[in-house]
Ligand binder design. Sequence first.
Ligand code: GAP
Length: 508
Amino acid sequence: MELHERIFELALNRSFFLPSNEPYGAISGFYDYGPVGKLMKSRIENAWRQAFIRDEGFHEVETSIITPEIVLQASGHAANFADPVVECRVCKTRIRGDTLIEEKLKEKSGEMHGAKWDGKLDTIDTMIREEGIVCRKCGGELGHASMFNLMFKTGIGGEMATAFARPETAQGIFTAFTRLFRNHGAKLPLGVAQIGKSFRNEISPRKGLVRMREFTQMELEFFFDPAEQGFLGFESVADHKMRFQINGEMSEKTASQSVSEGIASNQIMAYFLAKEWQFYKRIGIKEDDMYFRVLPKQEVPHYSKGNIDMEVQISYGDIETIGNAYRTDFDLSAHSKFSKKDFSVFIESRKERIIPHVFEVSFGVDRPFFCILEHCFREKDSKDGTGNWKLGTGKEWEWFDFPPLIAPYQVAVFPLMKKDGLAEKAQELCKMLRTEFDVLYQEGGSIGKRYARADEIGCPYALTVDYDTLKDSTVTIRYRNDGKQERIKIEECVARITQNIEKGRVTL
Ligand code: GAP
C-alpha cells in the first residue's frame, strides 16, 4: 500500500478529513475536515496569520467569493484560466490532456516525473495518435484536445448576471486596493492578506487533498513602488539557505545569493522565500523534501513576470504547494482599464503618480496539510529477537510526530480512574486548560490505551490526574515522543505547556 493510501485510511478513521457528501457517492475534488483535521487546519492558518500578517504589520481582509464576470475578464481568468481536455468518444469521460502526456513521457523515460507539456494542443493530439493513448476508463478512442475554463459559473439575482466562484482569493484584494490604500496610511509598501476558499472546476481530480475543486488559500499581496525593490529587514534573512531547482538542476543558495544571481526578482521576493522556508520547517515539512522550483517562461502564469514555486516531495510525487509571483502592475492596471477608475497612487518623494507593483505569496492550506500528515507519520514499533525495540520508540501503534505548534489537540487530560473523585478533578483541570488550549479529554479504557490514542492524533502532552493529585495538587505530564513523564503542580500547567509549545519540545 502506498503511503498516501495509508494516510487516507488514517485520516478517515481518526477524523482528519473525509469525502464530502459521502452517502451520495462523494464527487471527487470535495473534502470535509473532521474535528481533528479542522483543529489542525485552523492551527496552520493561525501560524501563517502570525508569521505573514501580524509579525509584518500587514492587514487581513475577507472579500466576496462570488465574483462578477467583468472582474475576471479584467484579471484574464475568463480568457486564460483553462486546462487542456480530451474527451473519450465512447464513454464521454473527460481527461486532462497535459497529464496524459506527462504520464506517457514519465513511463517512457522511466523517471519519477514526466517532462512538462509544451502548452500546445497539437502536441497532445500528435502524442495521443503516435503513442496510441486511449481512454483510461473504457479503452475507447480519444477525441481532439481543447481548452476547458476551470471557473465555476453562477448567476446573480433574478436576471442571473454572469458571475463565477473566485478561482483565487487575490482579485478581491486588488479590487479593494484604492480604498485600503487610502484608509491605511496612503503609503507604499502595503501588505494585504486573505485566508479563504477558492474554487476550480478541475477536470479529473484524483489525488485527494492535492487536487480539489474547493480549497483554501492564504494569499498575501505586497504592493510596492517599483523604484524601491529593496526590503526593509532583508538583512535578517540574508544568510538563510534554501534549495532551488533551476532547469532541473538543484543548488543551495542564500537569500542574498538568490538576488545577486537573478534567481529571485528582487529582495522582496527573496525575503518572502526565506520566510516560507522557515515557516514550512516550523509546521512539520521535512527540509530535505522541499525546494523552490524556478518556473521556465512557458509555465509562468499570464499575470506574472517571474514565478518561483515551493515544491514538496510526497508519495504522490513532487507537488506545488506555494506559488510566488511577481505580478507587476498587471492586475491594478487591468482593473483600472476595465472599471475606468484610477488605481494610481501618489509618491510624495518623487511627486508623481504610479500604479504600484505587486509581489504575491500564494499558499494553499490543504496541500501542505496533507504533506504534514505524510512527513510526520511514524510507523509502529516492534521488538526484535533479543527483545529490543527495532525503531527505538517503543510505540506499538502508528502515530504522528506533529510539531506542537500545529498539533490538533495541544494537550490531553486523563483521570487514572473514573472513581474516587479523580474524574471530577480531571474535568476541573480540563475546564481550566480549555481557556488556553484545545484539550482532548478521555475517561474510559486503560491509561496505556489512552496514551496510544493521543499519540495516534499527534497530541504532544498528556496530563494524568491520579490519587496523589487529590493530596498535593500535582499531575504527571507525559511527553509524546519518548513517553517519559514528570510531576508538575497544577498551577504550573498552563505556563509549562505554553513554553513547551513555543520551544517545540516533544521529549522530557
Ligand atoms: N493567486 C495565485 C494562485 O492562485 P496557484 O499556483 O494557482 O496561484 C496557489 O495556487 C496555491 O493554491 C497552490 O500552490 C496550491 O497550494 C493551492 N492550490 C491551487 N490549486 C489547488 C487545487 N486544485 N487543490 C488544492 N490546492 C490548490
